[in-house]
Design a protein around this ligand. Structure first.
Ligand code: XMP
Length: 529
């Protein structure tokens, strides 16, 4: 059993496989209401363990009349707690309570104007009378269950929102969790706060307090080791655990030589010098570059780096162990890494990412895991990182792959080529930071979610001064993205691109050409590899 912050008294979201289920939880938590996601067929006892004050039933690609369609668990109605069905979730409620659901004849997909019924309802309180909303459904409710009434409609859906106010059960045909439904957060807040009676007590301070209490309860007076990667998750986990158990925590930082410019120095300065956290920093660059000599295949690079990382970490952990028993291994695992999706057959949905984990430690190195960020979304991790006093450069650091610059230096990884990439990358990020474009804001699309340089093993002819050059090319990759599953190439201002290109060619020896990657994901990926 690992450390977790299990807040109680929030909303339980039952996931039926919609792509946007996570957004429901994020919209509620943004407003201070705790929400947790469970696959729809979870055990009742697991769901009730958080003492929910209400349920939200997500959308789904399924149809309620399909033979194997996911069902409404009996305890939802039996509990008598408020329930809000979204899209498929509304059809489930309608179906279970004696209403009629049918194929819509006309599929409604995309923007719709929802008109509110003149008779007010607690669910729609304070919302605009005619409001834009995002629809995505084939089926629709034809006849509501007894005791329910229409709360809003669209031209194609007479029951765009409906409810049984006495029973505190509601359904909406549209998706309040997506940004295309601007009044969606207010609707979700009405449900959680006014109808369920949830408190808005999910704040950075309360998360920190509860996490500290949980870490203390788990760890007691045991010793904890944590691998710092330079990324935000392990950094916030370290700061939190240190606050909970002080010097019982030792951090291990393996400098692979594949970090970004200034990163190793910053890790040491922040954690050891500023925060006073015991930190073992190992400069393993030579070992890594030695092992990578002649390796050009991307998968092979990853394998070599992964194996060597585990071995280096193990060596340091054993050294600490020889000074006194270490029982716990802390990791910066976050909520999206562990959410089990209800869409079991969706590609990738069931794969639990192991990027952050020191997977592959030998069996005799048995640690108990401490994972204080296990129930937190990335934005919550950043917020509590800031509240714990971590510097902006760490809190707002863009995602960086575990194998580091290895996945951005195509071809052979020599120290000289990685240095070339590191310099070019520092120019890309430095210029974007100067232009205020380094932080991605998914809501407005401003800035970049991820931006970096890629070194290509391609040489081309150029002229510099009087001479002809034959040197490598750098690609700039900059994307906007909400969840990194899809991404759009960032429309960076020409002037910024011009300055980046000018500086790279002038300041980075061995590079005479800069290109800009204008491919979205899909079909391309964010990293080049
Ligand atoms: P792709 O390239 O697949 O990347 O579009 C999606 C996101 O995942 C990051 N990424 C990684 N993160 N270890 C990580 O921790 C890895 O091996 C890895 N490979 C890709 C990538 O930077 C992007 O944010």
């Amino acid at each position: 059993m690992s450390t977790s912050t299990r807040h109680t008294g929030g909303v339980a979201i039952l996931d039926y496989g919609s792509q946007t289920t996570q957004l429901i939880a994020r919209r509620l938590r943004d407003q201070g209401v705790y929400a947790e996601i469970f696959p729809w067929d979870s055990d009742e006892s697991r769901v009730m363990a958080i003492a929910p004050r209400g349920f939200i039933l997500s959308g789904s690609p399924a149809s309620v009349y399909e033979p194997d369609a996911p069902r409404l668990p009996g305890y939802v109605l039996r509990s008598g707690l408020p329930a809000l069905g979204i899209c498929y979730g509304m059809q489930l409620l309608a179906h279970a309570l004696g209403g009629r659901v049918a194929g819509a004849g006309q599929r409604e997909y995309g923007h719709a104007d929802v008109t509110l019924d003149p008779q007010p309802s607690p669910l729609l309180d304070g919302l605009p009378t005619i409001m834009p909303a995002w629809m995505s459904h084939g089926d629709r409710v034809e006849i509501p269950p007894p005791g329910w009434r229409a709360l809003a409609s669209t031209p194609h859906a007479p029951f765009a929102a409906m409810g049984d106010e006495a029973a505190r059960r509601y359904g909406v045909q549209f998706h309040p969790e997506v940004t295309h439904t601007p009044a969606g957060p207010a609707l979700l807040r009405n449900f959680a706060r006014a109808i369920c009676g949830c408190a808005a007590d999910w704040t950075p301070d309360s998360i920190i307090d509860e996490s500290i209490a949980a870490v203390r309860a788990q760890v007691g007076d045991g010793r904890v080791v944590l691998g710092l990667s330079g990324g935000v998750d392990s950094a916030v986990a370290a700061a939190l655990i240190h606050r909970a158990v002080g010097d019982q925590l030792t951090c291990i930082f393996i400098n692979t030589g594949l970090m970004r410019q200034g990163e190793p120095e910053q890790v040491v300065a922040t954690f050891r010098d500023t925060m006073g956290i015991p930190l073992v920093a190992v400069d393993a660059a030579e070992t890594f570059f030695g092992a990578l000599e002649g390796v050009t295949d991307p998968e092979q690079k990853r394998k070599v780096i992964g194996a060597l990382f585990v071995r280096s970490f193990e060596a340091e952990a054993r050294r600490l162990e020889s000074l006194g028993h270490v029982e716990f291994l802390a990791q910066g695992t976050i909520y999206p890494d562990i959410i089990e999706s209800a869409a079991k057959d969706r590609p990738g949905a069931h794969k639990i990412k192991s990027h952050h984990n020191v997977a592959g430690l030998p069996d005799d190195m048995h640690f108990t895991l401490v994972e204080p960020l296990r129930y937190l979304f990335k934005d919550e991790v950043r917020r509590i990182g800031a509240a714990l006093g971590l510097p902006d450069e760490i809190v707002w650091r863009q995602p960086f792959p575990g194998p580091g610059l290895a996945v951005r230096c195509l071809g052979e990884l020599t120290w000289e080529r990685v240095e070339r990439l590191r310099k070019a990358d520092a120019i890309v990020t430095g210029e974007l930071a100067r232009a205020g474009l380094l932080r991605g804001d998914p809501a407005t699309g401003a800035g970049t979610a991820q931006a970096f340089a890629v070194l290509l093993p391609v040489r081309s002819v150029g002229v510099m001064g009087d001479g002809r050059t034959y040197q490598e090319a750098v690609a700039i990759r900059a994307v906007t993205s909400d969840d990194f599953m899809t991404a759009a190439w960032a429309r960076l201002p020409y002037d910024v691109l011009a300055e980046i290109s000018r500086r790279i060619v002038n300041e980075v020896p061995g590079v005479n050409r800069v290109v800009y990657d204008i491919t979205n994901k899909p079909p391309a990926t964010i990293e080049w590899e």
